[in-house]
Design a binder for this molecule. Structure first.
Ligand code: UTP
Length: 290
């Protein structure tokens, strides 16, 4: 039995503009783009459910209302499918949905950065540790990335960020670790820098979109200091807490796809398609043509 406070809450920051995916994201939220046949945000919710989470906070913005609708009951559709005996399709609609009362939607009125988006959840999260999942980072593996992290957190407590090695020339796209010693999957964090130039990056260990955080992170976020890109950065807020709380990078098992990027998104569609028995034969045939 873990002595650490359990992780009950996840925050999904989904208020970003998705400019790298224009024109697709002009009217459709990036988080509703499907990988094979499921929107990114539904994979994220399923990953959180697998990790034992039962409170789901979505930080949304203008034009993101369809995300809320996706997790609602589609009454007309269900009645029509039922009348036509389309039971398979019907069962897909309500599979792995959170229970009524478990989902909360908060508006981030201005896209001031990931740190600000997370801060928008502080009144609901309260004085508890919580998880953050960025739905455009997908991790394909046997066990969900967040479930792996919750398991590690139950042993170590403190703060955990999912990390992976990225090509050195890409450090300016990520929060990057100044790493201390590594024990198994955990690397102690000595320093954190947001989007460092490759010439100044302390390592190539980059944070990907999964975090387990203590509520103390809200205090530096409340100050609203701007960082890289003139945005309020979560990495900067975490950096101010180093030394006052345990912080570890967690090397997860699985393959990560950056679905906020067109090529990463296309690769994810292929990888997730190939992992599905119903899709693999047809997809293999098509891929051979190219
Ligand atoms: P990104 O850096 O991927 O930004 O944000 P983006 O706006 O989604 O996409 P691009 O770069 O313009 O193409 C990382 C995560 O933080 C959220 C995004 O929704 C995404 O999940 N975010 C970012 C917010 O919720 N609010 C913000 O102000 C900024």
């Amino acid at each position: 039995m873990s002595t650490h406070k359990p992780i009950r809450t996840v925050v999904f920051p989904v208020a970003g503009l998705g400019t790298r995916f224009l024109p697709a994201t002009k009217m459709v939220p990036k988080e509703l783009l499907p990988v094979v046949d499921k929107p990114l945000i539904q994979y994220a919710v399923e990953e959180a459910l697998e990790a034992g989470i039962d409170r789901f906070i979505f930080i949304t913005g203008r034009g993101k209302g369809a995300i809320e609708d996706h997790f609602d009951k589609a009454f007309e559709l269900e009645v029509t499918l039922d009348a036509r005996d389309k039971n398979k399709e019907l069962s897909l609609l309500n599979k792995s949905m959170p229970q009524p009362g478990q989902m909360m939607f908060v508006r981030q009125q201005e896209p001031l950065g990931l740190g600000h988006a997370v801060w928008c959840a502080h009144k609901i999260v309260g004085d508890e540790p919580f998880a953050v999942v960025l739905p455009d980072d997908m991790v394909l593996g046997e066990k969900g990335c967040l479930a792996q992290m919750v398991q590690a957190y139950n042993e170590t407590g403190g703060n955990l960020v999912a990390v992976e090695e990225v090509p050195h020339e890409h450090t300016n796209r990520y929060g990057v670790l100044n790493p201390g010693e590594t024990k198994g999957a955990l690397t102690r964090i000595k320093g954190l820098v947001e989007k460092p130039d490759p010439s100044k990056a302390p390592s190539n260990l980059a944070i990907i979109g999964r975090y387990i955080l203590q509520p103390e992170v809200f205090a530096p976020l409340t100050e609203g200091k701007r960082g890289s890109g003139n945005e309020i950065q979560l990495t900067d807020a975490m950096a101010t807490l180093l030394g006052t709380q345990p912080f570890h990078g967690f090397s997860f098992e699985g393959k990560r796809f950056d679905c906020g990027d067109k090529i990463g998104f296309l690769e994810a569609n292929i990888a997730y398609g190939m992992a599905r028995e119903d899709i693999r034969p047809g997809l293999t045939e098509i891929l051979a043509k190219y």
